[in-house]
Design a protein around this ligand. Structure first.
Ligand code: UDX
Length: 438
C-alpha cells in the first residue's frame, strides 16, 4: 500500500520504517527540515536499538522517503497515519492536541480522492470523533475520507519489536466502517496472519484503551513504590516481595520494579491528561487515585535526594557521581527523566554533580547545561563521595565494585533502580543503600 506517516518523531519514524519493512511504499512527512534531511540519508535523529539500520535499509531499498510537502503526501497516499505529539499543556494537566488539529486543517483540503486516516497519537477521548467530522467537512473528497483510531503501544528501547510483533492491534471505527477495517487488514496483513489479536471497537474505546493501559502501568509502578516505602519503614525487602507476589499470574512480575519511578514522554503526561479529560466529562472522581499515583511517583525523586543528603551528611560541596540520565535504559530520551531531575536537584542544593550516561549525555546537556558531564563511569565517579545509580543500563549492572572502588573517595552506592546485588557490593567494601531494601 502507499502509506503516509504524518509526524516523524519517535512514534512516526519507527512506524514509517516498520511499515516499509512490511513491504509498503512509505512517505514520512514532517515540518522539521533537518530531521527530514537526516532520515532521508538513513540516519535516525534519536537512539533506538536497530532503528538506524532498518531506516537506512528501507531508504536504500526505495521503500521509504521523506518530505515536507503535504501536497506530495496527498497525491501519494492511500492510507495516512497520524503520529504527531500530544504534549502536556503548559501550566495545565490537559493534553495539547493543537498539532493534530492543524495537521487535519492542512491535509484535509488536499484530499481530493478517497482516503483512510488512522490516528496513532495518544489523545483525550472524543478527539477522534471531532477530527473525523472536521476532516470530512474540509476534504473535497468529503465522506470518501474515513478516520479511524489505531493506538500505538510501543515502548522506547523495544520500538521495532513492539510495532512488528505487537501484543494486540486495536482499531476504533465508526459503526460499520468496513473501509477502515479492510485497510487496516491490508496494512497489517502479515502481522495479523501471525495470530496477533485484532480488536475492533468504537472510536472512544480505542482512545481509552491506550490511556487506560498507560494508567494501569503507572499504577503498578507506584503501587510497588508505595510498598517500598512501607518496606523501608518496617525492614522488609521489596525486591523479594515483588518476586513473591509476581508469581501470582493474576498479578505478574512485570512493572513491579521499585525504585526511582516512571518518567519519559508518555506515562507522566498521559495520566495527567486522562485525569483532566475525565474532569471535563464530569467523571473526575473516577480517576482521583491517579493523583496519588502521580504523587507517589514524584516523591521518589525527592526521597532520592534525601537519601543522598543523609548518606553524605551535607550536600554542600559533596562530590556526587550520577550514573544514568535517560528516563530508562536503551534510550537517549531525557524527557521528564527521574535521573536527570535528581541530578539537577542535588546540584541546586550545593553538590558538585558529574553525570554519565551511555547515550543520553548530549540530550541532557541541552536540558541541564550547568551540570558536569563525563564520558565514562570512572570519570563521573572520580573522587566521588557518593555514587548514585539512577538508570539501569546493562553497563551499570555489570560494574565491578572493586574496580570502581579504586576511583571514588568513599565507597557509597545509592542504587535508585534496585538493579545490582547488594551483597556483592558490600563484600567489596561498599555501603549500599536503595529504596525498600535493607
Ligand atoms: C510507555 C508504555 O509502556 C508504552 O506501551 C506506551 O506506548 C508509551 O509509554 P515508555 O515510555 O517507552 O512506554 O517506557 P516504559 O517501558 O513503559 O517505562 C516507563 C517508565 O517506568 C520508565 O521511567 C521506567 O524506568 C519506569 N519503570 C518501568 C519502573 O520504574 N518500574 C518498572 O517496573 C517498569
Amino acid at each position: 500500500m502507499r502509506i503516509v506517516v504524518l509526524g516523524v518523531g519517535y512514534l512516526g519514524a519507527t512506524h514509517a520504517a516498520c511499515m516499509a519493512k512490511l513491504g509498503h511504499q512509505v512517505l514520512g512527512v514532517d515540518t522539521d527540515e533537518s530531521k527530514l534531511a537526516q532520515l532521508s540519508s538513513g540516519v535516525v535523529p534519536f537512539y533506538e536499538p536497530h532503528l538506524n539500520e532498518l531506516t537506512a535499509e528501507m531508504v536504500a531499498a526505495g521503500n521509504l522517503r521523506f518530505t515536507s510537502s503535504y501536497l506530495e503526501a496527498a497525491d501519494f497516499g492511500d492510507v495516512y497515519f497520524i503520529a504527531v505529539g500530544t504534549p502536556q499543556k503548559k501550566g495545565e494537566y490537559a493534553a495539547d492536541v493543537s498539532a493534530l488539529d492543524s495537521l487535519i486543517d492542512t491535509l484535509a483540503p488536499l484530499l481530493t480522492k478517497p482516503a483512510i486516516i488512522f490516528g496513532k497519537s495518544t489523545v483525550p477521548v472524543g478527539t477522534a470523533a471531532r477530527l473525523r467530522e472536521r476532516a470530512r467537512r474540509l476534504a473535497p473528497a468529503g465522506t470518501g475520507v474515513e478516520l479511524a483510531w489505531n493506538p500505538e503501544f510501543l515502548r522506547e528501547g523495544h520500538a521495532i519489536d513492539d510495532t512488528l510483533r505487537p501484543d494486540r492491534l486495536v482499531l476504533g471505527v465508526v459503526e460499520a466502517s468496513d473501509k477502515a477495517v479492510d485497510a487496516a487488514r491490508q496494512v497489517y496483513g502479515s502481522i495479523l496472519e501471525s495470530g496477533v489479536p485484532f480488536i475492533i471497537t468504537d472510536l472512544a474505546t480505542a482512545e481509552l484503551v491506550k490511556v487506560s493501559a498507560n494508567a494501569f502501568l503507572a499504577t503498578k509502578i507506584s503501587f510497588i513504590n508505595a510498598i517500598a516505602e512501607v518496606c523501608d519503614a518496617s525492614g522488609g525487602d521489596v525486591v523479594q516481595l515483588a518476586d513473591a507476589i509476581g508469581y501470582d499470574s493474576r498479578i505478574g512480575r512485570a512493572f513491579l520494579n521499585a525504585g526511582l519511578g516512571f518518567g519519559g514522554g508518555c506515562l507522566p503526561k498521559d495520566i495527567r491528561a486522562f485525569m483532566a479529560r475525565a474532569g471535563e466529562l464530569g467523571a473526575d472522581q473516577a480517576l482521583t487515585f491517579l493523583r496519588e499515583v502521580d504523587a507517589i511517583n514524584m516523591r521518589r525523586r525527592s526521597q532520592m535526594v534525601e537519601l543522598a543528603r543523609d548518606a553524605c551528611g551535607s550536600l554542600l560541596g559533596a562530590r556526587v557521581g550520577v550514573l544514568g540520565a535517560a528516563f530508562k535504559p536503551d534510550s537517549d530520551d531525557v524527557r521528564d527523566s527521574p535521573a536527570l531531575n535528581v541530578a539537577g536537584q542535588l546540584q541546586l542544593q550545593g553538590a558538585a554533580v558529574t553525570v554519565y550516561d551511555p547515550k543520553a549525555v548530549e540530550n541532557s546537556r541541552r536540558l541541564f547545561p550547568t551540570l558536569a558531564y563525563a564520558d565514562s563511569v570512572e570519570a563521573a565517579c572520580s573522587k566521588a563521595d557518593v555514587v548514585l545509580l539512577l538508570t539501569e543500563w546493562d553497563e551499570f549492572k555489570e560494574l565491578d565494585p572493586h574496580k570502581l572502588g579504586r576511583v571514588v573517595s568513599r565507597r557509597l552506592l545509592l542504587d535508585g533502580r534496585n538493579c545490582v546485588d547488594p551483597s556483592v557490593w558490600r563484600q567489596a567494601g561498599w555501603t549500599y543503600k536503595s529504596f525498600g531494601r535493607v
